[in-house]
Design a protein around this ligand. Structure first.
Ligand SMILES: Cc1cc2nc3c(=O)[nH]c(=O)nc-3n(C[C@H](O)[C@H](O)[C@H](O)COP(=O)(O)OP(=O)(O)OC[C@H]3O[C@@H](n4cnc5c(N)ncnc54)[C@H](O)[C@@H]3O)c2cc1C
Length: 480
């Protein structure tokens, strides 16, 4: 019998697991995909929002501001790329100024620090790349950019390092009441736990409905993006928003922690809950809207398009509460869920205690993580490392200068990747201009060699995304 079972391992499940790993508890995380943080958590704007956007008094407002406060120190502790670049919300016409003023007042009520309203000349002085007709801006120095999937993976890895059990490729199919807790049936057997946390993202309504009467429905809203080459990475130095509309925060343009430029998202309701395809219409909308803010962006330098799904529901707030005794929903976590995640986890623990969970701190908890990033080292440090382990001297991803040593580190991490994209999310190989065209086959060969698997068994990403189907020619003289 586990003390707590967490359904879903995006950033919300991972943050909850990290928080619980501080205590002497038996925790299991059940994730249906073959990797953690491989759904919405890997496909979003990657912004730590300052907190002026949510309606005061909502959970979203409270947990956004608290999550943003926690993020900087947490990312430092977990060695996750984080940069506090600040954000500007642009007003293009005088008529949009009242919106900026309303956001400012909301931010002050939410407890966001150091917000200020800029006139046109101040906004242009701060960010020369924005459109000439910008009439003013709301400046939030506390906004930051982060590597979202690495943030989530780091939380999950650290939880696992501290004793949390993770079961991947384990889809929760049903949940039933048993004496003292819950029996969770997965495609790989059942798990009993005293308490359950539902962190199933866009499926959180389905998981809720396994134990309680339906009372919210997730209607996913897709957001599509351009990721532009590093040659575009310095177009702007802040996160550039437009005034929000009823469809959300609108299209932003932002530098990324990897040195690229990101533009997006649009907001498109999807019929098929899992559809993350890009559409010509959506991309054109994003392109035009981004050029409205920053007219000089070169969209010819696009290296990747992707889309993520917002877990939108009929309530304009996160759905966080006990749905049944000992069963907690962390549901409908749309934006700013990435920002709020550590605060959601703190709040979830408080609610679980209210449900009767007993917590006793571990004496030996280690909430830190450290990674080697070869290309950031000095020449001396690189040489020292290569002398110790020659694998750091073999560059596998040329665009991003990722070495075999870093890929092997990922393969020996607490949550070893099972796919080429899993390696990408940990080591950074395939993140560059050629998007894995060069390193993909080499990463596949390393995975096959290290895991003693046939190359055909290595997927691109989730189970079933096979790359090779068999040999076309056999090597060696006997068959030549
Ligand atoms: C377009 C877009 C832009 C965004 N931008 C930002 C931003 O800039 N800043 C910000 O703060 N937030 C942003 N967000 C919101 C943020 O990305 C999400 O709130 C956050 O990633 C949600 O995390 P999650 O763990 O709830 O969901 P997910 O990451 O989707 O994780 C849920 C997990 O549950 C698993 N699962 C589902 N069903 C089952 C089952 N039956 N059994 C087992 N496992 C299951 C899934 O496989 C998945 O791994 C954005 C979201 C979108 C879509």
């Amino acid at each position: 019998m586990y003390d707590v079972a967490i359904v879903g391992c995006g950033i919300i499940g991972a943050a909850a697991a990290y928080e619980l790993s501080r205590y002497r508890l038996r925790t299991v995380v059940l994730e249906k995909r073959n990797d953690v943080c491989d759904a919405t958590t890997k496909a979003n704007s990657a912004i730590i929002h300052a907190g002026y956007d949510p309606e005061p008094g909502t959970l979203m407002a409270k947990l956004n501001v608290r999550g943003a406060e926690l993020a900087q120190e947490l990312c430092a502790r977990l060695d996750v790329p984080y940069r506090r670049v600040g954000s500007l919300v642009l007003a293009f016409r005088e008529e949009e100024r009242p919106t900026l003023e309303a956001l400012y007042r909301r931010g002050v009520r939410n407890g966001v620090k150091a917000l200020s309203l800029l006139d046109a000349s101040e906004a242009h002085a701060m960010e020369p790349g924005i459109a000439p007709d910008v009439a003013g801006a709301l400046y939030a120095p506390g906004a930051a950019i982060v590597n979202p999937w690495e943030y989530g993976i780091a939380l999950a890895e650290t939880a696992v390092k501290n004793g949390t059990e993770l079961r991947r490729s384990s889809e929760v199919l049903s949940i039933g009441r048993i004496d003292g807790g819950w029996r969770i049936l997965t495609n790989r057997g059942s798990v009993d736990a005293g308490f359950v946390i539902n962190a199933a993202g866009v499926s959180s309504d389905k998981v809720h409905n396994m134990v309680a009467a339906p009372d919210f429905t997730i209607r996913p809203i897709r957001g599509e993006y351009y990721l532009l080459d590093k040659s575009e990475g310095t177009r702007v130095s802040h996160v550039i928003f437009q005034c929000p509309t009823e469809n959300g925060k609108g299209v932003l343009v932002s530098p990324t922690v990897h040195g690229n430029l990101i533009a997006g998202p649009n907001a498109q309701a999807v019929e098929d809950g899992g559809d993350v395809s890009n559409t010509a219409q959506g991309m054109e909308f994003v392109r035009r809207a981004a050029l409205r803010s920053v007219p000089s962006i070169s969209f010819r330098d696009n290296i990747r398009n992707f889309a993520g799904l917002r877990a939108a529901c009929e309530r304009d707030d996160f759905v966080i509460r006990a749905a049944a005794p000992g069963f907690l929903d962390l549901a409908g976590i749309k934006s700013p869920g990435l920002t709020a995640a550590p605060a959601v986890a703190e709040y979830a623990l408080e609610l679980l205690r209210g449900e009767g969970l007993k917590t006793e701190k571990k004496a030996d908890w280690d909430g830190t993580r450290k990674k080697i990033r070869f290309r950031d080292l000095s020449a001396e440090e690189k040489n020292r490392l290569i002398r110790k382990n020659p694998a750091y001297g073999r560059v596998i991803c040329r665009c991003e200068t990722i070495t075999e040593g870093e890929i092997l580190d990922a393969l020996h991490s607490p949550i070893p990747p099972r796919s080429i994209d899993g390696v990408k999310r940990r080591a950074g190989s395939g993140m560059g201009r050629c998007q894995g065209g060069f390193c993909g086959p080499r990463v596949l060969a390393i995975l096959a060699r290290e895991y003693h698997m046939a190359p055909e068994e290595i997927p691109q990403d989730n189970d079933g995304s096979w790359i090779l189907s068999g040999e076309t020619k056999r090597g060696g003289s006997a068959d030549a």
